[in-house]
Design a protein around this ligand. Structure first.
Ligand SMILES: Cc1cc2nc3c(=O)[nH]c(=O)nc-3n(C[C@H](O)[C@H](O)[C@H](O)COP(=O)(O)OP(=O)(O)OC[C@H]3O[C@@H](n4cnc5c(N)ncnc54)[C@H](O)[C@@H]3O)c2cc1C
Length: 331
């Protein structure tokens, strides 16, 4: 066991506590770390960005799925959670990434690249809570790198603040594409939404868009070419060229599992068809001692409440599994 020695307030003898390395500090990772402390475990959180709070930091809409603060936006909610997280007695490495994970349950070693250099961390268990990232294409990534007017994925401050009275092309056919069309139509923008096949967004979104004179929904429609010209995006369909002020790509999300290539092969958890990490009801992956929580898993309803609950369960599972392993060794 990669233990640290601590003294509990009611116990003068030093006793080892179990170390849980948590990758990601969104709702799932923060909740897991908080629960680890409740269960007497020692969490070490590794976050790749310099911000704590996860993907909801960019959400300027109220969170309708979390009871308690109906007016609070996703960003305000994340900031509130991050403030609580900052008060917890734990180690959190920001701007940090694992570069190698090896060992086995009870004795993992994580090599971590941090702003102050490489660190080697020993952990008894690992919880992967790395969430998702917006799906894109190399062509769109290249355009987005050249122009701020090409945005990949929803939830950006530019979308909230800058896009007004403009011509906007949205690529994508799901809820995010149509939700953003309605939001932008309220700000006087003229929007064309193109999806390669049929719209998969919920019917109420489709009905509302269809009755909005500023929104045009086009199925089986994908531009043949996209180019930047001056301050515009020129989309081509056959012989027709149309100039837009903004291009938004909303193709859904993919799980953040790239870091698994740094895990030794026997430590790589099994993935589902969509690339999400497969877990059981205890958030256990296919690898003993490695758990996963939140959107990186094959969760049926990704949301903040779900991620919070899964983080909590993962912490409890890590504690419970270690206890069971210890008692089976004693027997
Ligand atoms: C457009 C949109 C709207 C949504 N609206 C709502 C809503 O209204 N209500 C609601 O409840 N839910 C909503 N959700 C879902 C909600 O945002 C997610 O379910 C929730 O954020 C999942 O939390 P998470 O901790 O699993 O992942 P995330 O919030 O994505 O956090 C993951 C964290 O891991 C970090 N990370 C990634 N890779 C690594 C790595 N290799 N190493 C270390 N750290 C890493 C990231 O930087 C991030 O901080 C929405 C999602 C989207 C996309």
């Amino acid at each position: 066991m990669a233990a640290v020695l601590v003294s509990a307030p009611d116990d003068n003898r030093a006793k080892p506590t179990m170390i849980v390395a948590i990758l990601g500090a969104g709702p799932a990772g923060m909740s897991c770390a908080n629960a680890c402390l409740s269960f007497g475990l020692t969490p070490i959180v590794i976050e790749q960005s310099n911000q704590i709070g996860g993907i909801q930091l960019g959400n300027f809409h109220p969170n309708l799925w979390l009871l308690g603060e109906p007016e609070e936006t996703g960003r305000e909610m994340s900031e509130r959670m991050a403030r609580h997280f900052a008060t917890l007695p734990l180690t959190c490495l920001r701007d940090s990434r694992v570069s190698r994970v090896s060992g086995a349950a009870g004795n993992f070693t994580l090599e971590v690249a941090t702003p102050s250099g490489k660190q080697s961390i020993h952990a008894d268990a690992i919880v992967i809570a790395t969430g998702t990232y917006p799906r894109s294409t190399p062509e769109l990534d290249a355009l987005a790198a050249q122009s701020d007017r090409v945005i990949v994925g929803p939830l950006s401050e530019s979308i909230r603040d800058d896009i007004r009275q403009a011509r906007v092309l949205i690529l994508g056919g799901g809820d995010n594409a149509l939700d953003h069309s309605l939001f932008l139509a309220e700000r006087g923008n003229q929007i064309r939404v193109c999806t390669r096949r049929r719209f998969s967004a919920r019917q109420p979104f489709q009905d509302e868009c269809n009755t909005n004179r500023l929104i045009e929904l086009r199925e089986n429609c994908s531009p043949d070419d996209l180019q930047l010209e001056d301050d515009h995006i020129v989309a081509t369909w056959g012989a027709i060229k149309v100039r837009y002020n903004w291009l938004l790509a909303m193709f859904g999300y993919l799980p953040n599992t790239q870091m698994l290539t740094c895990f030794t092969p026997e430590l790589r958890p099994a993935l589902g068809q969509g690339g999400h990490i497969l877990v059981d009801v205890w958030q256990r992956t296919s690898v003993t001692g490695i758990y996963a929580a939140g959107d990186v898993t094959d969760t049926p309803q990704p949301s903040v409440p779900t991620a919070l609950a899964q983080g909590l369960v993962a912490a409890r599972a890590a504690e419970r599994d270690a206890e069971q392993q210890a008692s089976s060794i004693l027997i």
